[in-house]
Structures are given as C-alpha cells and as structure tokens.
Design a protein around this ligand. Structure first.
Ligand SMILES: Cc1cc2nc3c(=O)[nH]c(=O)nc-3n(C[C@H](O)[C@H](O)[C@H](O)COP(=O)(O)O)c2cc1C
Length: 143
C-alpha cells in the first residue's frame, strides 16, 4: 500500500480541553478503523495536524476534518508519499504544547512566536519527525 503523510494547519474556532477530548476520542475510533495514524498539536491560536496512512483513508479523513466548523483557515502544508509512518503507535496523538516542548518549537520559529502558517513543506516534515521522536521519548502510546 502506498503511504501518504498529510500536514495541515488551521485556526480553532472553539478552544478548551473538552472540545479536544471529544475530537481526540472520535479520532481514535475512526482512525483505528481506517488505519490512519498521526498527531494533532493544538493551541489556542492554531491546530497543526499530521495524518498518515493509505491515500484513500487519509483523503477521506482530511475532507471530513476540513468540513468541521470547529476550525477555519485550513492550509495544506504537505502531502507526500512516504516510506514509513512517524506515528505508527498513535491513532491520533494529542499534543498541547507545554514548557517541555519549547525548545522543539523554538527550532522552527522564525519570529518571536512559533507560527505553523509560515512552515515550508520541508520544515513541517522535519517538525513532524522531531515531534514523533520527542513524543516517543516522553509518553506511552495510547492503546
Ligand atoms: C482539528 C481537528 C482535528 C480532527 N482530527 C480528526 C481525525 O484525525 N480523525 C477523525 O476521524 N476526526 C477528526 N476530527 C473530527 C472530524 O472533523 C469529525 O467531527 C469526525 O470525524 C466525525 O466523526 P463521527 O462521524 O464518528 O462523529 C477532527 C476535528 C478537528 C476540528
């Protein structure tokens, strides 16, 4: 099967832990069924999501997400064929950046604030790889 990795950024229209609990719970169920894996970095000012899996399920999942009224201003950053998954252990790893992520985010910061809208495809791919390594070291995969 051809593997794809899609990375997009969006601006949340709703914030709060309960909204993301719901999103991540549904993502877990749906993505498990579709063999989609990935990570969702969420902050008050942006969502940065990595979806990986077969082209068909990644496309279907992305189209559903894109129609979700809980966010706006979606921009695709990357959509590439890849040889392996970065987040193979996670149906959807939720990452609310904490102080321990600061150094990681700083590596991808041009101005004073990390701004995913300014990431190039290459930088986004590098960020996804660094994030998967960081999360792999700091957390246990969800089951
Ligand atoms: C930022 C964001 C990320 C999301 N990520 C996923 C995801 O990875 N997988 C998924 O199935 N739904 C995701 N959703 C939710 C979908 O938009 C949609 O509400 C959900 O898939 C509907 O599932 P249901 O038909 O089982 O209720 C996301 C929503 C938002 C706002």
């Amino acid at each position: 099967m051809t593997l794809f990795r899609l990375i997009y950024v969006s601006r949340p229209k709703v914030t709060g832990a309960e909204h993301y609990d719901d999103i991540l719970m549904r993502s877990h169920v749906n993505n498990l069924r579709a063999h989609v894996t990935g990570a969702l970095v969420y902050r008050e000012d942006f969502n940065l999501q990595v979806l990986e899996g077969g082209r068909d399920p990644v496309s279907t999942t992305f189209l559903r997400i894109a129609a979700d009224p809980r966010h706006e201003a979606l921009q695709l950053i990357a959509c590439t064929e890849v040889s392996h998954r970065l987040f193979s252990e996670w149906q959807m790893r939720g990452v609310a950046p904490t102080a321990s992520h600061t150094a990681l985010l700083l590596q991808y910061t041009i101005g004073v604030e990390f701004d995913p809208y300014s990431l190039s495809q290459r930088a986004a791919e590098d960020f996804a790889r660094a994030l998967s390594e960081f999360e792999g070291r700091s957390a246990h995969p969800a089951t």
